[in-house]
Design a protein around this ligand. Sequence first.
Ligand code: JFZ
Length: 463
Amino acid sequence: MQRSCRVLAAASCLLAVIAVIAPALGAESSSDRDARMAWWREARFGMFVHWGLYSGLAGTWEGKPVATSGGMEWIQNRVKADTDTYANRAIPLFKPTKDFAREWARLAKQAGAKYVVFTSKHHEGFALHDSKASDYDAGSVLHRDLVREIVDALRTEGLRVGFYHSVIDWHHDQYAYALSEQLPHPLKGQPYPNGTRDHAKYQAFLRAQVDELLSNYGPVDVMWWDYSAQDFQGQEAWRAFDLMALARERQPTIIMNNRLFRIPEAGWKSMGTEGYAPSLDPKYGDFITPEQHIPDTGMPGVDWETCMTMNTTWGYSEHDHAWKSNETLIRNLIDIASKGGNYLLNIGPKGDGTIPAESVAAMRAIGAWLKVNGEAIYGTSAGRFRNLPWGRSTTKGKTIYLHVFDWPSDQRLVVPGLNDRVRSASLLAGGEVKAAPGERGLVVQVPSQSPDPIASVIKLEIE
Ligand code: JFZ
């Protein structure tokens, strides 16, 4: 055999071996990954829901406010209640109406959200589905399967479905909280009340519930794991790779976040909710999760989603009145889209499942804005122009969308550095506008009044 032939044969043999091994290792081609991520990248806007036993307590314990700000889904930890004390107080206050799920789904649809991620189980440990693996679940306690009710309602509205699932568990009697200094637990620092704990038993339980959730409710689009610490994470803490493999087996196109891990390769720089790094090896998840924070710039090659509350708590609190304005929420959505990320905006329904009026109003305001301007958000990519003095930009093919926050008083909107020939310019709110090259870039002649005081969008078609 010629030397070149031998090299070729060896190379093709190697390729054949890789082709066999790669799928077994779970490696995915970048085009397969792009196809799997496509809907999520187009969606740009999702609704987050934190709802569990804490929702009925509403930030109040023994008649007193626990706090006026901060996450009241952590109330069990805040008051250091053991799980029986907590359950005895909270269960009588958790009384879902018959139709709560329809209400959520309709609101998400009206808001223009494309997906909904809701808490199948939060840190408190109470599962919203009907679980064979536990009696601390809606099936055992309420004789209802709240996950099924929610999933069915979301599907009826054509929404994508995601589960937020806490790997931290303040109920399970084998969850060995002493293994982490950094993760919260109501009994932290105290000996286990039941003697020794076998964390492997907790891991098996976690896996069993995840299996139920990903096997019994039809397609699940997103798995939003939460959360890990530097001193307790990944395979050791949660059997993370096994959970991810199980999820992929049950739901081949599922999209998962990075919170089973807490290492730089998984997009984490440190503890805290802003401690993310702009990198993510796909074996740790599909997207990174800045919390209550919008990154200063986009992150090329990294999918990301900022999750945020409308006031300061995720779970409902009757004491938190620090609601963000519609202007802030809508501009956040635009800011995030202009940097290539998704916005996962939270509602915290009450113990009966009804949604606070402030959140309903805000979601409807976002929906009304998107109804006019949605094409400048959905399916767009990060804008070509950064640091625009008056707003933000997004891009879709040969179209540039200018999101104007500060409307020019001289009716001249300057886009610095934009020298492309413009085929047409219009307002998404209606009406053509004139655009012509100027000294410092494109100059758009705009009407004296802005169509929308929060953000008006100008659409430019570039040659
Ligand atoms: C977590 C949850 O604890 C919280 O209740 C909520 O569900 C939010 C969306 O996610 O929040 C975190 C996550 C990480 C840290 C703190 C809070 N951290 O690393 O310190």
